[in-house]
Design a protein around this ligand. Structure first.
Ligand SMILES: Cc1cc2nc3c(=O)[nH]c(=O)nc-3n(C[C@H](O)[C@H](O)[C@H](O)COP(=O)(O)OP(=O)(O)OC[C@H]3O[C@@H](n4cnc5c(N)ncnc54)[C@H](O)[C@@H]3O)c2cc1C
Length: 512
């Protein structure tokens, strides 16, 4: 049997970071197992992964679907390649707010307060614009660059002008903790075109380490357990042994692996014929995903769009939904082009065009919760994803506010001028509760930021799966360190927070 000190499962936003950091100590033998392929340099990397101006939703994806609501099932892309979803995503690089991380601490994880996490959020970046300023650093693994004024498309410039005309403040740096308003998106890239994934940022520089073995193209079936101790993994029927197993298979993959390994809600595991090693009802429960919705226009026949970046300007603002609103919990972006092959299927029927453009909103802190679960112990059967959107009534007024915000911003004359017509939604929808509900039911989609399916918390919290050092409760030698462990959603896209989690988890593990 092949033996390692640490086996990291999944080489995505978190796993690439964990393996690179843990293998810095030459005496530690680390295996990084990834279901998707690994490309070792730029020349070997396919165009869809290099193109930072369009998401790659098919070529390097698991091809999953999710129940968005009780009556809608949608494609749910998750990256399947080293770099994981960071290799296929939109490159937006925005941190959570101080209140987000302080909430993690208040939930029983004092090591994750803003004060504790800021040094890591800073050190992980190579900020090409503000590296010498407070709250920032230069020289870290993840390059962060903001769009230059001369690079903005006319639509993006119109959106920026429209937002400032509407009274929103101009923001030079969305990653300053006090910033709120409109400005250029910080991106994980060094230039205007190439996406930098965590594989590129962390694994490429580590490629010559003899103590790091990257094992691509292998799906881990389950963790090998001896009673309450993880002792390795099973990959395509082969057993690999390790002193520690660190799951970084993402918010969908990690809970599925835990279930298959006998760690999860005992009754449900038994029903599937899986032997129970730890009864943890929180595994797969509590899924949080950010909903997005928008107001879209069909483009004029001669409109630019093909090849343009998805978005360059973003407005971060605070919802007015009362006691549950949080600083910067609403996000509005001008989207230059939505390819309707993969997004918003309802729009495809109505728009009569292959693409639309418009203003999209993401509600960062929805109230509804979903779940990831298994219907079979067979590892080749994909996990079921129930996003649970709109199961909490409070999300309707939140998304109605988002639609009204998008409507106002999309109706700036310079934006309207570039479209033929607004599709799917009409003026009267804004003031008619039933029409608005119908629009939300039909048009809401995922912003692809699932978290919380193996949440961090003290043992006294029966929904918690890992402790604040990412060790699975009740199981020795088993850790989870990826988007799954977030105990609450951040008011941001999730990647930078995930990289921060992996950096800090690697620090804790290096000391053990
Ligand atoms: C289409 C898309 C666009 C996004 N855009 C942005 C953005 O612009 N900005 C942002 O901040 N965030 C974005 N995100 C979210 C961000 O990418 C994720 O939060 C982050 O990558 C999560 O990291 P992770 O390690 O938890 O999971 P992932 O990055 O998904 O990595 C999990 C890895 O584990 C592998 N894996 C899973 N199961 C197994 C198994 N059984 N055996 C072996 N390997 C396995 C997967 O193949 C994958 O490589 C986007 C996500 C998607 C899907």
């Amino acid at each position: 049997m092949r033996r390692f000190d640490d086996i990291v499962v999944g080489a995505g936003g978190a796993g690439a970071v964990l393996a690179a950091r843990l293998s810095e100590e030459g005496g530690r033998r680390v295996a990084l197992i990834e279901a998707g392929p690994h490309y070792g340099d730029t020349a070997a990397t396919p165009a869809d992964l290099l193109d930072g101006n369009a998401m790659s939703l098919v070529q390097h994806s698991w091809g999953l679907t999710a129940a968005l609501t009780a009556r809608r099932r949608v494609p749910f892309p998750q990256g399947k390649v080293t770099g994981g979803s960071s290799a296929v995503g939109n490159t937006v690089a925005i941190r959570g707010t101080p209140a987000d991380y302080d909430e993690w601490a208040a939930l029983g994880n004092p090591l994750w307060s803003w004060e504790q996490t800021l040094p890591t959020l800073t050190a992980l970046e190579d900020d090409l614009d503000y590296g010498d300023r407070e709250f920032h650093a230069a020289g870290g693994p993840i390059p962060i660059r903001r769009w230059r004024a001369h690079e903005l498309t006319p639509l993006q410039q119109a959106f920026l002008d429209g937002c400032t005309a509407a009274g929103h403040s101009y923001v030079a740096d969305h990653n300053h903790p006090a910033s709120s308003g409109v400005g250029a998106i910080p991106s994980t890239r060094r230039d205007a075109s190439v996406r930098v994934s965590t594989a590129m940022a962390y694994l490429w520089p580590a490629r010559d380490r003899s103590n790091l073995e990257i094992i691509p193209g292998c799906r881990v079936d389950r963790v090998l357990m001896r009673d309450q101790q993880a002792v390795g993994v099973v990959v395509d029927g082969e057993e690999l042994s390790a002193r520690r197993v660190i799951l970084a298979a993402g918010a969908i993959g990690s809970p599925a692996l835990l279930w298959r390994s006998g760690v999860g809600p005992a009754d449900e595991l038994r029903r599937l014929g899986i032997g129970v090693h730890a009864d943890l009802p929180g595994v797969g429960a509590g899924l949080i995903d950010q909903p997005r919705i928008g107001v879209f226009l069909s483009p004029k026949p001669d409109a630019a769009g093909e090849g343009a970046p998805t978005g360059q300007i973003v407005l971060r603002t605070t919802s007015s939904s009362g006691s549950t609103s949080r600083f910067n919990d609403m996000y509005y972006a001008m989207v230059n082009r939505f390819d309707l092959t993969h997004h918003f299927p309802k729009l495809r029927e109505v728009a009569g065009a292959r693409s639309v453009f418009g203003v999209m909103a993401v509600a960062r802190r929805p109230h509804s919760r979903g779940r990831v679960f298994l219907e079979s112990a067979d590892p080749s059967t994909p996990p079921r994803i129930d996003l649970g959107y709109l199961t909490d009534e409070r999300d309707y007024p939140l998304l109605a506010e988002a639609v009204r915000g998008c409507w106002d911003l999309a109706h700036s004359p310079k934006i309207l001028d570039q479209g033929q017509e607004v599709v799917l939604v009409e003026q009267k929808t804004l003031s008619d509760e039933e029409l608005m509900r119908n629009y939300i039911d039909d048009a809401v989609d995922s912003a692809y930021n699932p978290v919380g399916t193996a949440r961090m918390g003290p043992e006294s919290d029966e929904t918690a799966v890992v402790d604040q050092r990412c060790a699975v409760h009740g199981v020795g030698g088993l850790y989870v360190a990826d988007a799954s462990v977030m105990p609450a959603m951040v008011c941001a896209n999730t990647l930078l927070s995930v990289v921060m989690i992996a950096e800090r988890a690697a620090g804790f593990l290096a000391c053990r």
